[in-house]
Design a protein around this ligand. Sequence first.
Ligand SMILES: Nc1ncnc2c1ncn2[C@@H]1O[C@H](COP(=O)(O)OP(=O)(O)OP(=O)(O)O)[C@@H](O)[C@H]1O
Ligand SMILES: [Mg+2]
Length: 235
Amino acid sequence: METYPKPLLAVENLEKRFISHVLGGKAIIGFRKISFTVPHGTALGLAGPSGYGKSSVLKCIYRTYGASSGQILYDSKAFGPVQLTDLPENQVLALRRDEIGYVTQFLSVLPRVSTRDVVAEPLVNAGMSKADARERSGALLQRLRIDQKLHDAYPATFSGGEKQRVNLARAIIHPPRLLLLDEPTASLDVEALSIVLQLLSELKNRGTTMIAIFHDKSIMDRLMDTTFTMPEKET
Ligand SMILES: Nc1ncnc2c1ncn2[C@@H]1O[C@H](COP(=O)(O)OP(=O)(O)OP(=O)(O)O)[C@@H](O)[C@H]1O
Ligand SMILES: [Mg+2]
């Protein structure tokens, strides 16, 4: 049945199993069949105990993981409605560049690229001049209370909370249509946390749709419109 309005993302009977070589080819359940929809412009929180597959769901959507079965329908700007689970790699890369952002708890960046350039890169990729992109990047880093002195340093040696803010800055500087957040505030102090939440809520007000995992239920309640609780992984 056709639903209206069309959601930005619809996960249908999605399931993830891992085949463990260490366990002699036995399957490890990432998560059992789940279904949820995310309307345009809304924020969905993924909840549930550790190990229930929350991160794996985001990775399936971002296509870091292939799904074992089920569908992920995404209403893309570039290609119209697509099925993310079997979308060709080049289109996945285009969506990652232009439409879908992903913030993990850990920053993995090329060594020897300055913080300012790491954050500016998505704008440069989107066609902005390097000088303008660097200026915008500096302003965002400043807003996130990253010390000016660190802007030209390499983020590889940053503290956990600093890395997390750089990671987030890079994901939001060119606002994505769909933003996937995996515990993006876990290592932040109260002040940094409140700045990040403010930034995320501005992003949402400007139309970015979000799927997020927050350890802290009060943050979840504050920022998310609805919550999907992961089902138990019965064996
Ligand atoms: N690459 C992988 N290979 C094998 N098993 C994996 C892999 N990734 C995840 N798993 C398993 O899938 C299950 C779900 O893991 P996942 O990281 O998605 O859980 P989570 O809900 O995000 O947990 P947490 O709240 O602790 O972050 C776990 O049992 C985990 O061991
Ligand atoms: Mg996780």
